[in-house]
Design a protein around this ligand. Structure first.
Ligand SMILES: CCCCCCCC/C=C\CCCCCCCC(=O)N[C@@H](CO[C@@H]1OC[C@@H](O)[C@H](O)[C@H]1O)[C@H](O)/C=C/CCCCCCCCCCCCC
Ligand SMILES: O=c1ccn([C@@H]2O[C@H](COP(=O)(O)OP(=O)(O)O)[C@@H](O)[C@H]2O)c(=O)[nH]1
Length: 395
């Protein structure tokens, strides 16, 4: 120990960074293996088809909403209900939901208008009436941008074993040809997938709730959904409270298919920045680590550390680092995507570069502007993740 402390600080820092990058390399490898082992497994028949209440909180209409909602009327599962939620009866999605409900009278569906103010999180408020009226033991919270495969509900219920109370689909995206959506798909299939897969494998709570199934009885043990109304990241705190009570979290084999029709590069950056602000507030201990695990920052510090310790040419080390990282990401993306990959290598490369290059900027932007603009409101969070100030309405 004393010989370590006698080293020059720059040598110590270089050693620490090499150890960190070694850990990160292990994370890449684990994610590759886990994606192959876990994702896209054939869906098996269940011994019991437990009923599921699907909560669909909606705000407004975007170009793919109708197609996305339509997939929920075609789910291949014997016992489910669809509970659509809107904040007010002037929401443009109301006529669309009514039209679909008339078109599919055999699907058990209801529309809840007006929400219930249990806290400051608008999504929770929006879902409350549907949650209270849900009749099945399993709740699926499914965001408006999600497209559902017919077999996906069976897949999720299959992972809801006796000890499990929360099953999430790993966030991913439906194939779309435009640049913005492809950028989003690359993020969710590489950087995000790596953390999400390894987090789940090692039992870290990292529940992102765009498509998450919860055992209602277990949520009631935590005080019910209304108890989470003061957190903006209700999805993460569902996981925290459930695991505190001894429940486990599971991961479905089929990733969630986000399919918004209005994603641009700018809207993607804004969303990534908003999520970073959430993590700053609720997980301050990962603030330091987060930028270091992004490709370009890691590449720069790694090559400087190697140069400092060994004198090796940093440009050659950088080139090797980048090629290895890129190959690992492309392979992970393929595994997360599953069969019939549509994105070619050149397009992947350009958008991957764009995503990685902008990652540090998004991080800095999130640090400098703590206000969180989300749909119709602007919020500030206290350390720990509670909403601190009453939301201001966006113009
Ligand atoms: C030796 C190497 C160590 C590396 C350590 C890495 C540390 C982690 C670094 C980066 C974290 C990246 C996080 C990726 C995903 C987070 C996505 C996210 O922020 N989602 C939030 C927003 O979700 C929406 O919120 C509004 C809601 O209405 C929507 O429905 C939601 O979709 C979400 O709220 C937060 C989720 C939890 C994030 C937890 C991240 C911590 C993960 C730590 C796992 C570490 C595993 C590796 C351990 C060695
Ligand atoms: O004021 C709001 C904001 C969002 N939502 C719902 O919350 C979900 C997630 O919203 P969004 O896609 O904007 O969140 P993100 O995934 O970008 O964090 C969607 O189903 C929205 O309809 C809501 O009901 N009220």
């Amino acid at each position: 120990m004393s010989s370590l402390l006698s080293l020059h600080p720059s040598t110590l820092l270089s050693i620490a960074f090499l150890l960190f990058t070694t850990g990160l390399a292990l994370l890449h490898i684990l994610a590759q293996f886990y994606a192959r082992y876990k994702l896209h497994k054939p869906i098996v028949k269940l011994s019991e088809y437990v009923g599921v209440s699907i909560l669909k909180p909606l705000v407004g209409v975007e170009p793919n909403l109708e197609n996305n909602l339509r997939t929920f009327f075609h789910i291949n599962y014997p016992k489910y209900e669809l509970l659509f939620c809107v904040h007010d009866d002037e929401d443009p999605s109301v006529p669309l939901v009514r039209k679909l409900m008339e078109e599919f009278p055999n699907v058990d569906a209801q529309l809840f208008i007006g929400g219930e103010e249990v806290g400051l999180n608008p999504k929770v408020n929006n879902m409350m009436p549907a949650y209270r009226n849900s009749k099945h033991p399993l709740i699926l919270i499914s965001d408006s941008v999600i497209r559902m495969r017919p077999e996906a509900l069976t897949d999720m219920v299959g992972w809801m074993t006796d000890k499990v109370a929360l099953v999430t689909q790993m966030p991913f995206c439906y194939d779309r040809d435009e640049w913005g959506p492809s950028l989003e798909q690359i993020y969710f299939g590489t950087s995000h997938a790596r953390i999400y897969l390894v987090g789940n494998l090692l039992n870290f709570v990292c529940s992102t709730g765009m498509s998450s199934m919860i055992r209602k009885k277990a949520l009631e043990e935590c005080g019910g959904m209304g108890k989470f109304g003061d957190f903006l990241a209700e999805d993460y705190f569902f996981g925290v409270e459930l695991t505190k009570r001894g429940w486990e979290c599971g991961l479905a084999a089929l990733p969630a298919l986000q399919n918004s029709g209005s994603v641009t590069s700018e809207s993607f950056d804004a969303r990534a920045s908003r999520w970073t602000k959430l993590r700053f507030a609720m997980l301050p201990h990962i603030i330091v680590v987060e930028p270091l695990q992004d490709c370009f920052v890691n590449c720069l510090l790694f090559s400087l550390s190697v140069w400092n310790l060994t004198g090796w040419n940093p440009f050659i080390v950088m080139a090797i680092h980048l090629i290895t990282w890129f190959s690992s990401d492309y392979s992970l993306f393929n595994n997360v995507h599953g069969k019939h990959m549509r994105m070619d290598l050149r397009r992947f490369f350009v958008l991957w570069l764009r995503r990685e290059f902008f990652a540090p900027r998004i991080y800095v932007d999130a640090m400098l502007k703590p206000d969180i603009c989300w749909r119709k409101g602007t919020y500030r969070l206290a350390w720990g993740g509670r909403i601190k100030t009453h939301p201001m309405k966006n113009e």
